[in-house]
Design a protein around this ligand. Structure first.
Ligand code: ADP
Ligand code: MG
Length: 758
């Protein structure tokens, strides 16, 4: 295992499954051969078997043929990875390959067969065995299980299987799935149960499980937290996270003829895998500074596993038969590139999100509470066993004894109270009222005592429950069979290690051979030189041919990819054009603009969203239209609702592209406004309503209005007349004051019903 902070490559292993019944029956040719010793996969081209085309050779960290055993794969390839997870590293295992080549077999295997169990169950066994053998360490193991299907994340352990989860990012802990459940598990059985629940949920809602699993990515996550006393006397927590990923089938999704939903699905299914491929290319390329992790949910979630803080193993699964040869070669090329990814794994020490720390703190807090309670008890009650030292306070010490003592204490207290109660009953010297009062008091005390006891018990139970979740080992360490098993495992590991070294050496020898070829340059005769050089030439020529063929193949694959993308693009463009057509012709421009103005892209959720409706013109919040069909996009008859539930009939499918609140049309009415009384009228009314004796008929004013010059009014009732200009009947700027003086020149009688000023 390498040291902290150093970088290491993604380990890539290839496994070829055996021919299945059908393939054997149909007498398919086997085109894949596996050189386990050299770590090579050799693929022949079935079409030109006899022709000059050379077989294609790929070299990997290790390769497994059809006879490979699950346990061998585990010991050689996965055990070291899981070991480092137990030590606080992040680890990821990907299973990549065409559908039906053994991804699920490798990851899960056959559940109830110990021989054919896959990586996931084997890792359960491994993790819990490791914990049981540990000493002076506390562990917390939890598991999550999720699925990515069509770029949507589903929590396979949740009761609500309809809900889709979102990815979030925190600067200190990185990308995570918001609200993803994780279950603390205490044993192999418990974590198996978690896995089974998830597997059941995975198949729920999919009519064809095989098809569904070939189109979705399943990720089982095990988080192992370990707390250990460091040399500094402090507890340190290491957290290792193990991602076990069963990827969707890598085969090309047929998009030909797919339209609408199906096309969208096919495009989305490929998205995560092609994003994974792009991330791998970008990482390997070394020149591109931008790694497109954000292009898909899968790559975002597993960002650390590719070029980051994790150890990663990729298992590429292939089939041996001739009809699969194209996909097999694609898989091999894909995983061949992944070999060159460099990761930088490090131990995650004391991370912020460690659950264990919280657990420990909570337990300590509860224990302290418990101790305080017992302290109170002691002070109140007399201790019977006076000889015992104060160190019996130590909670670590025998719980049963403590319990016993507890019980005694409570019994004693209860008996005492009971006795006192009896004494009161028997005490005839007491007045009846007094007795009732005392009895009540005692009863209350008994009740309090009971409650206190219950609270104490509850606290103790809580501590116990929490403590039981933290796993400690060391109990079975002396177990003889256990010891033997351990020896066996060690031996197996040694063998695996040896095999690995042997293979590495072989690979080195091979490459050296080629190099030394060029160094031999002394020849005894011309003929010998010719011979050697001819040999060299032949070898190099063969190599050149192989490289040329490879280039040709890769170009072909590229062209295929490009055609595929072009086809997708064409179909999407056609789709888009249709949408445009609909928008242009059936959606009023005004409505379209409204939507365009409201739409915004939420970077976090990667969705277009609509801002709430606001009416900008008159600065009013737009009222929302009352709902006509609660919970539905549009009014639906009962029949339609039932039909929709019974069968997903297109006829009743609400086809709205986006959920839009209906907005109210612009108003055509106006608010009622009180009439504004013309000042003249107001003044006249005022005058008319005045008391008799106040009325002064001022004829001069009337006269003067007819006269050419507005002379000053003699009227004492009219206040300060305005400047020479006569007031017109225009709307007064202060209509609220009805007492504004009438202009001296205006007649004082009301004008028709002219409430609205002229
Ligand atoms: P995938 O998950 O890649 O679609 P599966 O794991 O479901 O493929 O495998 C398809 C079938 O092949 C299964 O019936 C499985 O048992 C069988 N199979 C795959 N790999 C092996 C293997 N190495 N040895 C025996 N059977 C295998
Ligand atoms: Mg599968």
């Amino acid at each position: 295992m390498s040291k902290n902070k150093s970088s290491e490559s993604v380990k890539v292993v290839v496994r070829c499954r055996p021919m299945n019944e059908k393939e054997r029956a149909a007498k398919f040719e086997r085109v894949v051969s596996v050189d386990v010793k050299l770590g090579q996969i050799i693929v022949r081209n079935p079409r030109e078997a006899s022709a000059s085309e050379l077989p294609k050779i790929f070299t990997f960290d290790s390769v497994y043929d059809w006879n490979s055993k699950q346990i061998d794969l585990y010991d050689e390839t996965f055990r070291p990875l899981v070991d480092s997870v137990l030590f606080g590293f992040n680890g990821t295992i990907f299973a990549y390959g065409q559908t039906g080549t053994g991804k699920t077999y490798t990851m899960e295997g056959v559940r109830n067969d110990p021989e054919r169990r896959g990586v996931i169950p084997n890792s359960f066994e491994h993790i819990f065995t490791h914990i049981s053998r540990s000493q002076n360490q506390q562990y917390l193991v939890r598991a999550s299980y999720l699925e990515i299907y069509q770029e949507e994340i589903r929590d396979l352990l949740s009761k609500d299987q309809v809900r889709r989860l979102e990815l979030r990012e925190k600067p200190d802990t990185g990308v995570y799935v918001k609200d993803l459940l994780s279950f603390v598990t205490k044993s192999v059985q418990e974590i198996e149960r978690v896995m089974n629940v998830g597997n059941q949920n995975r198949s729920v809602g999919s009519t064809n499980m095989n098809e569904h699993s070939s189109r979705s990515h399943a990720i089982f996550v095990i988080t192992v937290e370990c707390s250990e006393l460091g040399v500094d006397g402090e507890n340190h927590i290491r957290v290792g996270k193990l991602n076990l990923v069963d990827l969707a089938g890598s085969e090309r999704q047929t998009k030909t003829g797919a339209k609408g939903e199906r096309l969208k699905e096919a495009t989305k299914i490929n998205l995560s895998l092609s994003a994974l491929g792009n991330v791998i290319s970008a990482l390997v390329d070394g020149r591109s500074s931008h790694i497109p992790y954000r292009d898909s949910k899968l790559t975002r979630l597993l960002q650390d596993s590719l070029g980051g803080n994790a150890r990663t193993v990729m298992v590429a699964n292939i089939g041996p038969a001739s009809y699969n040869v194209e996909e097999t070669l694609t898989t091999l090329r894909y995983s061949n590139r992944a070999k060159n990814i460099k990761n930088k794994p490090r131990i995650n020490e004391d991370p912020k999100d460690a659950l264990l720390r919280g657990f420990q703190e909570e337990i300590a807090r509860l224990k302290e509470q418990l101790q305080k309670r017992s302290g109170k008890k002691k002070r109140r009650g007399q201790r019977r066993r006076a000889g015992e030292g104060s160190d019996s306070d130590d909670v670590e010490e025998g719980e049963t004894e403590d319990d016993d003592e507890d019980g005694d204490y409570w019994r004693e207290q209860q008996e005492k109270l009971e006795g006192e109660r009896k004494a009161i009953m028997d005490d005839h010297s007491l007045v009846a009222e007094e007795r009732v009062r005392l009895l009540k008091e005692k009863e209350k005390k008994m009740e309090d005592l009971r409650r206190e006891r219950e609270a104490g018990e509850m606290l103790a139970a809580k501590v116990k429950a929490m403590e039981s979740k933290l796993l400690v080992g060391g109990k079975n360490i002396v177990d003889h069979t256990n010891e033997q098993q351990r020896m066996l495992e060690l031996k197996r590991q040694e063998i695996a290690e040896q095999k690995r070294r042997e293979r590495e050496m072989q690979q080195q020898v091979e490459s050296r051979d080629e190099e030394t070829l060029e160094l031999k340059e002394t020849y005894s005769s011309l003929q010998q030189e010719v011979d050697i050089k001819t040999k060299k030439l032949k070898k190099l020529f063969a190599k050149l041919q192989a490289v040329k063929a490879e280039i040709h193949d890769i170009q072909e694959a590229h062209i295929n990819d490009r055609q595929d993308l072009e086809q997708t693009q064409n179909e999407l463009t056609r789709d888009l054009k249709l949408k445009h057509l609909i928008i242009e012709n059936f959606i009023p421009l005004e409505e379209k603009n409204k939507i365009v103005n409201r739409a915004y892209f939420d970077d976090e959720d990667e969705y277009w969203k609509m801002k709430p409706i606001t009416r900008i013109e008159d600065d009013h919040q737009m009222m929302t239209r009352p709902l006509s069909a609660v919970g539905y996009r549009r009014p639906l008859s009962h029949h339609a609702r039932m039909a929709m539930m019974m069968r997903p009939d297109m006829r009743y499918k609400a086809e709205n592209i986006i959920m839009l609140d209906m907005d109210l049309p612009a108003r055509t009415t106006k608010e009622y406004q009180e009439p504004v009384i013309a000042p003249k009228v107001a003044a006249a009314l005022e005058d008319a309503l005045r008391d008799e004796d106040e009325i002064q008929v001022d004829a001069s004013g009337f006269h003067s209005s007819l006269g050419p010059s507005p002379s000053t009014s003699a009227s004492g009732s009219l206040k300060k007349p305005k400047s020479g200009r006569p007031r017109t009947g225009k709307k007064s700027s202060t209509p609220t004051s009805p007492f504004s003086p009438a202009s001296p020149g205006s007649p004082l009688y009301p004008q028709s019903r002219g409430l609205v000023p002229k």
